[in-house]
Design a protein around this ligand. Structure first.
Ligand code: ADP
Ligand code: UDP
Length: 237
């Protein structure tokens, strides 16, 4: 059955399905960074991210986190609940890295006293600016109770991911989540959880195992993503 493409983003294509409450999400082989100023790809990348996300959604299911994943149909396609995406990127940080290190002129690598949750307004044209809870409410992106719920869920997800990844020798440095409202208005975790939107460092060597390999031209991106899949598949779900 041909499906209608309704959106093509930087990393995924979204198709309508015969069920009005479901979407088909296809992971692409492309890689982008710095708001798509830097572009690349490798064959099989979509498949790796789809498989990694699938395994992590199963892990979150086991831990009763509400999410959009229904099933993975093909190697790089999953069926998800259609949601109204809240236009905020919710970032959780355990270790100082990336934009936080740059903004404050601090070296990467120091563990934070406690995890930080930050909000960024999802708008490519503005470069996804950092925003406050009050701004998110003022501009109608989310209600105060939804903001609280998203932050609480983000921290709970961190409490699930961090020890699970540690079991397979990976440090969860930081990650980005997106949330949406399902057809009955329930807030659920949406989008993906993959090395494209997380920083993962090898526990022993601190080697980067995520999209920073692409951002920083470190090479062997494919090898790192394959390692992440191999390792997280050892996490019981
Ligand atoms: P971008 O839009 O930033 O280029 P992607 O290429 O990953 O990113 O595109 C996927 C798009 O689908 C994102 O805009 C994301 O917010 C949206 N999305 C993810 N999950 C869902 C969902 N369950 N319902 C509706 N939209 C979703
Ligand atoms: N991130 C993301 N999409 C974005 C911005 C950030 O997935 O548009 C992820 C990024 O991969 C990292 C975390 O969110 O795991 C924190 O990113 P940071 O703010 O440090 O920005 P970066 O320097 O990575 O752009």
């Amino acid at each position: 059955m041909t499906q209608k493409l309704i959106y093509e983003g930087k990393a995924k294509k979204i198709f309508e399905t015969s069920n009005p409450n479901e979407l088909m999400m296809e992971y692409k082989d492309s890689l982008t960074a710095f708001n798509a100023l830097k572009k690349g790809e490798f064959s099989g990348k979509g498949q790796l991210n789809c498989q990694i996300s699938t395994h992590l959604f199963k892990l979150l299911s086991k831990n009763k986190i509400p999410h959009h994943w229904i099933r993975t149909e093909n190697k790089n396609q999953m069926v998800v609940v259609k949601t109204k995406i809240i236009p905020l990127e919710v970032v959780v940080r355990n270790i100082i890295a990336g934009s936080l290190a740059k903004k404050l002129g601090i070296e990467e690598g120091r563990a934070l006293k406690k995890p930080l949750v930050e909000l960024y307004y999802k708008d490519d044209a503005l470069g996804d600016p950092f925003v406050s809870d009050d701004q998110a409410f003022e501009f109608g992106w989310a209600q105060p109770d939804q903001l609280q719920q998203m932050k609480k869920l983000a921290l709970t997800i961190n409490e699930i991911l961090t020890p699970s990844f540690a079991e397979v020798g990976l440090k969860v440095v930081d990650f980005k989540l997106e949330f949406g409202l399902d057809p009955s208005g329930v807030l659920v975790l949406a989008d993906e959880i993959s090395p494209d939107c997380m920083r993962l460092w090898d526990m022993q060597t601190n080697e980067k195992m995520d999209k920073d390999r692409f951002r920083r031209d470190l090479g062997n991106i494919e090898g790192a993503y394959k390692q992440v899949l191999e390792r997280i598949e050892r996490i019981q779900v």
